[in-house]
Design a protein around this ligand. Structure first.
Ligand SMILES: Cc1cc2nc3c(=O)[nH]c(=O)nc-3n(C[C@H](O)[C@H](O)[C@H](O)COP(=O)(O)O)c2cc1C
Length: 368
């Protein structure tokens, strides 16, 4: 970490985690609007370019959902070096989310627990932000359901329709632990219904438009083998374009610190469980379906291992809280070096080379 990042981290860590986040977003908004934002190209390493689901990514590392919930700073994230940004989760109506405090740092574990509950400006406010963008990098829109919705599936439909003109891809997030009932959509029959419906909506819109943004599904890491079987069966029977694995975990048994806070755990302790689930899903789905690997990536080594386990693209969030924005370029530059020396021509060639080893591990959450 550079001197600037060390000073920035010390200052931000003295603040409540959510206030620190708000300050970071405000700073990035100012920087994004200025022509002088110091930054780096996200396309510096040609060997990191990759095509996934028909999209050309300048590098495989994206910002995960939840950092830019309202689509305010995607272009600043691209200038930071991210190959793409996933904004949201966005719900049809604006929501304030759960009572504060609701984000907690676990410093010894380099982890975070959040129980935000989809606080966001709603479809209208977020669409205005995306329409005001000046940049052109890849932005995925992560869609969800309002807490008080009486029809969760309809909320996903509304999200696809609303953001169709601007989204480069969609992620249907059915795995946040902080909206009661949402994860039930992962259960066999509900998931079949959801996938059929959202894929039909996508196909109808594509038929009457010159766009066809791919549609991904984001799942939890807290799944046993039977639940993974059911999800894989449904995914293979559908025309969904890929998976995002994974969201935060409810498990706590891998933590050094003790905490009573409820919510989803992210960061370093999530790496093992999310990577094992990724590999187990890769085995079930075969090599073709794109998977975005997310959970605990905090270095080029962990990014590398996530790709070896079967990821085609990557995302991170929590590690940036601990290591600052220079982490993005550090990971990309070291990944590029590792690719050059490893003999793998590109990310695609590396992807899945250790799926078997990862999939053979037992889940640290104790789920079977
Ligand atoms: C504060 C916070 C808010 C988040 N909000 C969302 C969200 O709105 N939608 C979503 O799909 N994931 C959300 N996530 C989960 C991340 O996208 C990601 O899946 C998870 O944090 C694992 O990655 P990481 O270990 O690199 O942070 C959030 C994570 C954090 C830490």
């Amino acid at each position: 970490m550079g001197l600037f990042s060390t000073i920035a981290r010390t200052t931000l860590f003295k603040m409540d985690a959510e206030n620190a986040h708000a300050l970071t977003i405000s700073g990035l908004k100012v920087a994004q609007g200025s022509t002088f934002m110091p930054g780096c190209s996200n396309d510096k390493y040609p060997q990191l370019r990759t095509n996934v689901a028909g999209l050309d990514f300048p590098n495989p590392l994206g910002m995960a959902a939840g950092f830019d919930k309202n689509g305010e700073v995607p272009d600043a994230l691209m200038k930071m070096g991210f190959g793409y940004a996933e904004i949201g989760t966005v719900t049809p109506k604006p929501q304030t989310g759960n009572p504060r405090p609701r984000i907690f740092r676990l410093i010894d574990d380099e982890a975070v627990i959040n129980r935000l509950g989809f606080n966001n400006k709603g479809h209208g406010g977020v669409l205005d932000n995306l329409n005001a963008r000046r940049g052109s990098g890849i932005v995925g829109v992560n869609i969800g359901a309002n807490k008080d919705s009486d029809d969760f599936i309809r909320d996903y439909e509304l999200g696809i329709k609303k953001f169709w003109p601007v989204a480069d891809y969609f992620t249907a997030n059915i795995s946040s632990p902080n909206t009661p009932g949402l994860r039930n959509l992962q259960a066999k029959e509900s998931l079949a219904h959801l996938l059929k419906h959202i894929c039909d909506v996508r196909d109808e819109l594509a038929a009457s438009s010159d766009r066809n943004p791919p549609l991904f599904l984001k799942i939890a890491p807290d799944l046993n083998e039977n639940e993974m079987d059911d999800i894989a069966e449904n995914v293979l029977a559908s025309t969904i374009d890929g998976l995002v694995i994974s969201n935060t975990t409810l498990a706590r048994n891998m933590l050094r610190e003790t905490t009573q806070e409820s919510g989803g755990l992210s960061g370093r302790p999530l790496f093992e469980i999310s990577t094992i689930v990724l590999a187990k899903m890769r085995q079930r789905l075969g090599g073709e379906l794109p998977i975005i690997g997310v959970g605990g990536i905090d270095s080029a080594q962990s990014a590398w291992e996530k790709i070896e386990a079967g990821a085609n693209l990557l995302q991170l969030y929590t590690a940036m809280i601990y290591q600052g924005p220079t982490l993005v370029n550090t990971i990309c530059s070291e990944l590029a070096d590792k690719l050059s020396t490893s003999g793998h021509a590109n990310i695609t060639a590396l992807s899945g080379t250790k799926t078997q080893q990862w999939a053979a591990k037992s889940l640290p959450s104790g789920l079977q």
